[in-house]
Write a protein that binds this ligand. Structure first.
Ligand code: IPD
Length: 274
């Protein structure tokens, strides 16, 4: 039976907007409470934790039987429990490094998955007032206006989002630099916003043509997947083939043709799974 997601959407949208205001109020502060997580350049702030708590408290009050995968809850030891149950997948502040530096490209990324498939995706950058939303079968929107991916099919014409990651692991750095060096002379340009979710939002609205990254987690890409696919694009594994959402690998593009050209060019990297 078709599940009516209207109520889920209304509740999550209102919580996300409120939490966005908190991020916006706090981003300029020079005295943020910052701690490291998996390494020297992987951070969590008090705001990441506060926003995640507000979202989970609000949603679990409204929908007591729903499950959660939250970046900071998992970081502090919880299971990353990805099942068929309705599950909210939350990155409270995607682009935490940007947030720490008051660089205004951070966002809340939140998605609802049912039967392991996306049904709602929201990416909200309150600093730039960009609210990306999508619901299964209902299209993708930026601040209420319908968005679609670009029509770019040739790698040679593409603007590609990639990232430098949150790890100083030498092997990972090597692969990132190899891909950068190989792609640079073959594409229009390479960009990195410092937030996986915002990179995906750029692909969804046609401002960029593709994005790939190794080392991301499901909470970085869950909302982006819903928004890109509803905007007409594709989200696959960077070697080609179906996305494996716990593999910590992603490639998104405006269409399958471009996705496959990019996949063929990439040096592959397989991080430890979630
Ligand atoms: C990170 C950002 C970054 C990406 C990392 C993510 P966080 O998320 O999206 O752009 O390179 O892979 O972990 O830690 O800021 O939520």
């Amino acid at each position: 039976a078709q599940i009516n997601t209207n109520e889920f959407y209304d509740v999550v949208l209102s919580l996300t907007k409120n939490c966005g205001q908190l991020i916006k109020e706090r981003i300029s502060s020079r005295t943020k409470k910052v701690e490291t997580k998996t390494g020297a350049i992987d951070f969590v702030t008090e705001t990441d934790q506060d926003v995640e708590r507000l979202l989970i408290d609000g949603l679990s009050k409204a929908f007591p039987d729903h499950k959660f995968i939250g970046e900071e809850t998992v970081s502090s030891g919880a299971q990353c429990d990805f099942t068929d149950a309705p599950t909210w997948i939350i990155d409270p502040v995607d682009g935490t490094m940007n947030f720490v530096h008051s660089f205004p490209h951070s966002c809340i990324s939140i998605a609802l998955f049912i039967n392991k498939l996306p049904v709602i995706g929201i990416i909200y950058n309150p600093m730039l007032d960009q609210l990306f939303t999508a619901r299964k079968g209902k299209g993708a929107y930026l601040n209420g206006q319908k968005i679609t991916v670009s029509g770019t099919k040739a790698l040679a014409d593409a603007l590609i989002m990639m990232e430098f990651g949150t790890s100083r692991d030498p092997e990972r750095r090597k692969v990132i630099l190899e891909n950068q060096q190989n792609l640079m002379p073959q594409v229009h340009g390479l960009r990195a916003l410092g937030s996986a979710a915002l990179n995906m939002a750029m692909v969804a609205c046609g401002a960029a043509d593709a994005y790939f990254e190794y080392g991301i987690h499901i909470w970085d890409i869950a909302a982006g997947e819903m928004i890109i696919t509803e905007a007409g694009g594709v989200v696959i594994d960077p070697a080609g083939g179906e996305i494996d959402r716990l593999s910590r690998r992603v490639l998104a593009a405006s269409n399958q043709e471009l996705a496959e050209q990019l996949a063929k060019q990439l040096v592959q990297f397989y991080p430890e799974r979630d």
